[in-house]
Write a protein that binds this ligand. Sequence first.
Ligand code: AMP
Length: 211
Amino acid sequence: MNVVLFGPPGVGKGTQGVRLTKDYQLTLLATGDLLRSEVKSGTSLGMKAKAFMDAGGLVPDDVVVGMIESRLVDQGGLLLDGFPRNTAQAEALDRMLASHGQQLDRVVFLCAEQDVLVERLCGRRVCRGCGRGFHLQYDSPKVSDVCDHCGGELYQRDDDHAEVISQRLAVYEEQTAPLASYYEGRTGFYRIDGSASLEQVHAELVRALEG
Ligand code: AMP
């Protein structure tokens, strides 16, 4: 099964995506994580992407499409988080899957109001070691700034600061939100309220994947 999870920044795609990949033995392809790892390793791709990411914009399509294409080969079922992010990427994904004799089986649109997203993004902290996400208010670590799972240091992503958040949300509205119309009407398209609790959203996602 190939699944796309899309929606605004902060809606919970990452958290829910990790859980679903375990439940359904899918391979997670999260373009934001892949790009951050390229930046951290100082690769030429990472150096190309960094300025766009720091400014809250989208990394050019050829860079991200190439990154996904090189990982499509020989994967079992996929869960794509953060890709596609505009219509050109969605068309490229359809083409790439078709060239491997595959298709998208589920497309899930997780949505939430802007005030919920801003609150979630501002309070988000991420472990430098294992990458797990926390929230200062809703999912706080037992010891301040320390990961409960691996003891790593928690940090705030550069693009989770207020000025960059508003730019990311504007880019989402302009470029990514139109994907709802691109996918609406396809078999396997679901819209889920991402502002509900983690457990409720997970239950809805399971219903969508089983549906
Ligand atoms: P995320 O972790 O999904 O919030 O992504 C962090 C940043 O990575 C985004 O703000 C973009 O700059 C970049 N990025 C992630 N996925 C894509 C994509 N599919 N297309 C372009 N840029 C992306």
